[in-house]
Write a new protein. Structure first.
Length: 194
């Protein structure tokens, strides 16, 4: 049965993001048997989480893994706990309901062209998805760069002290030299070509 990876993009991003496109380009060489699914999450946290759940349900019964970037890393953490899946978290947002509070008001998604208003209700919805104490820290693989200009990488280390991690000096929020860590992600997800 073909394994599947569900990639969850970040805030004001989309399936057309650079990392999603890079994964689509690299996976056939690393393991052509993997199906990559990248749902359009949108800005509403409830809808985003439901879309992620629906995507996982669509490939239920197959070997599954998650990759989440930034806000997608927050969703991937909650989904990992809910479904018992392994998840690679790339510069993950740990408390997005605090981080995004400064972004309340009119927003524009440069990938989709969508204009919307980010509200305190959205922050409450994000907080409601907080998975609480992590029961299976070994299911989370942190990929962090110390030069992340949006998130303090140390916050992820404090939140997930018992999870395996890959820390690179420098870099940025986008995660520079992403291709270097993709084989390690596949290995962690149990999807490296044998």
């Amino acid at each position: 049965m073909r394994p599947a990876i569900v990639y969850l993009h970040g805030f004001n991003s989309s399936p057309r993001s650079q990392k999603a496109n890079e994964l689509k380009a690299w996976l056939p060489d690393l393991n052509p048997d993997i199906d990559l699914l990248v749902p359009e999450l949108g800005f509403d946290p409830r809808r985003a989480y439901q879309r992620a759940c629906d995507t996982l349900t669509s490939v239920a019964g197959r070997p599954l893994g998650l990759i989440g970037s930034s806000l997608g890393g927050y969703y991937a953490t909650a989904l990992s706990q809910q479904f018992g899946l392994r998840a690679a978290l790339i510069n993950p947002a740990i408390y997005p309901y605090e981080l995004l509070h400064d972004y309340l008001g009119p927003q524009h998604n440069p990938y989709t062209g969508e204009r919307y208003t980010l509200t305190t209700d959205h922050m409450e919805a994000l907080k409601a998805l907080e998975p609480g104490p992590i029961k299976r820290p070994e299911n989370l693989f942190l990929l962090l760069q110390t030069g992340d200009e949006t998130l303090d990488y140390r916050e992820a280390l404090r939140r997930h002290p018992h999870s395996p991690c890959w820390i690179q000096a420098g870099g940025d929020h986008r995660f520079q030299n992403f291709e270097v860590v993709v084989p390690a992600i596949l290995s962690f997800l149990g999807m490296a070509r044998t």
